[in-house]
Write a protein that binds this ligand. Structure first.
Ligand code: CTP
Length: 414
């Protein structure tokens, strides 16, 4: 029997009706759900619907109560989790700026910055990509104990395709349950956000290594580092202690970042932190070869044609080495970048490198993978040699979230 209390704040957008399914899932799980609808939400859905689904009051008016304390104060005191789904750009803006001009925003303002909030935005793509909306979200995550479950890509009500659809209700529900499974009332303000992964040390590599030929040129690959960065951001949101080793420059994050360029530098950095980490995610595209010789000065095109070849030597396979050194309690996750026979080649790498999980992606599709903001991947594990699982095309942030949820379910649960 659950006795945890959830406030479900619904703002007005076409996705408002999906909050009914969310309320229903939570009630079936025996959570006590109290709903607040904004004025705009009531244009899409009625208070009676929520009252019926939750067997509980649904509030729409700040002054409509018959208790001694103001309604928003009483509700805040009792709540274990505040879920805002869907959250419109307007609600997000008010929240980021401390505006309190109706019941929901007043309650958000009065809600403790230590208690957990789950925010599920939904809006038109241009609104989602608006830098002001993004800046508001950043303010919220920096100041409140708020987990954002990003919108997904799809056909929007405004008859366009893009990111902005409310995340799957099932995923919002799972995230809410996992936030509630902690004693969330005791959470501290998130310098390192508390979460399901708090105490876990996660080492992540990202980007594509560059192997110098001369002071101007290098051997490289098309990896942008976005997937690894998304994994680091999502693991950080779960409360993990992150070290990101990346070829990207000047990233600003609240976790430790080590900038590297070559495979050799990456290897040195990974090996110096590997012993103390519980999870290693090697999403970096490591160059398999490097020029045998690095020229001290720029190679001129006037060079004799007989010298126009570039002898290469092999770089060490970092992950394969670590697969052999790995301890019982360590989880090793690799990526497989393939242009052909995706699943067979990924499974070979999974076995040869003694990995717990491999994330396979097709790299010859320009709409996903290298450089893109989207990805579509398959997850393969050694355990029970089961079928691969597909994570269909989605933003890298969402794919990262799903990979970590999978890791959590498969390896971190007793
Ligand atoms: N990897 C590594 N060291 C290397 C090459 C790859 O640690 N020298 C890691 C990558 O970070 C990735 C995994 O091994 O997690 C698979 O990398 P990938 O480039 O797909 O495959 P390779 O093992 O390099 O094999 P091939 O290039 O022949 O497909």
């Amino acid at each position: 029997m659950q006795n945890k209390k959830i406030i479900l704040g619904v703002s007005g957008g076409i996705a408002s009706y999906k909050a009914c399914d969310l309320a229903s899932l939570l009630v079936k799980d025996n959570y006590k759900v109290q709903t607040i609808l904004t004025d705009s939400a009531q244009k899409f859905i009625s208070a009676l619907t929520f009252k019926t689904i939750t067997y509980n009051d649904c509030y729409t008016n700040q002054f409509d109560y018959d208790i001694v304390e103001p309604l928003h104060i009483e509700m805040c005191r009792e709540a274990d989790l505040l879920v805002l789904a869907p959250a419109t750009a307007n609600l997000i803006a008010k929240m980021a700026n401390g505006i309190a001009d109706d019941l929901l925003t007043t309650l958000i303002c009065a809600y403790s910055s230590k208690k957990p909030i789950l925010l599920a935005p939904a809006m038109n793509t241009a609104m989602w990509e608006n830098p002001i909306v993004q800046a508001n979200l950043k303010t919220i995550t920096e100041n409140l104990n708020c987990t954002i479950i990003n919108p997904i890509e799809g056909q929007l009500a405004c008859r366009t395709e893009g990111i902005g659809k409310l995340a799957e209700v099932e995923n919002i529900y799972k995230q809410a349950v996992s936030l509630l499974s902690k004693n969330s009332s005791n959470l501290q303000l998130p310098i390192l956000p508390e979460g399901e992964w708090s105490g876990l040390k996660v080492l992540i590599t990202a980007g594509g290594t560059k192997e110098p030929i001369d002071p101007v040129r290098f051997l490289g690959n098309r990896s942008s580092g976005k997937m690894g960065l998304a994994l680091a951001d999502e693991a950080y949101k779960k409360g993990a202690d992150i070290i990101l080793i990346t070829t990207q420059k000047a990233l600003k994050r609240n976790y430790k970042i080590i900038e590297v360029e070559t495979a050799h530098e990456l290897q040195k950095a990974v090996e110096s932190y590997f012993d103390t980490c519980q999870i290693l995610i090697m999403s970096a595209a490591v160059s398999d070869f490097r020029p045998l010789q690095v020229f001290a000065s720029k190679v001129k095109k006037s060079r004799s044609e007989s010298d126009w070849y570039l002898p290469l030597t092999k770089n060490p396979d970092i992950l394969e080495t670590l697969g052999r050194l790995k301890k019982e309690n360590q989880i090793l996750i690799g990526f497989a970048a393939e242009s052909d026979n995706l699943i067979q080649n990924a499974r070979k790498k999974l076995e040869n490198k003694k990995l717990d999980l491999i994330v396979a992606n097709q790299v010859d599709n320009t709409e996903i993978g290298f450089g893109s903001d989207y990805n579509e991947v398959y997850l393969l594990t050694q355990k029970d040699n089961s079928e691969e699982i597909i994570l269909p095309k989605n933003t890298k942030t969402q794919i990262a979230f799903q990979i970590l949820e999978f890791v959590q379910d498969k390896f971190l649960k007793c």
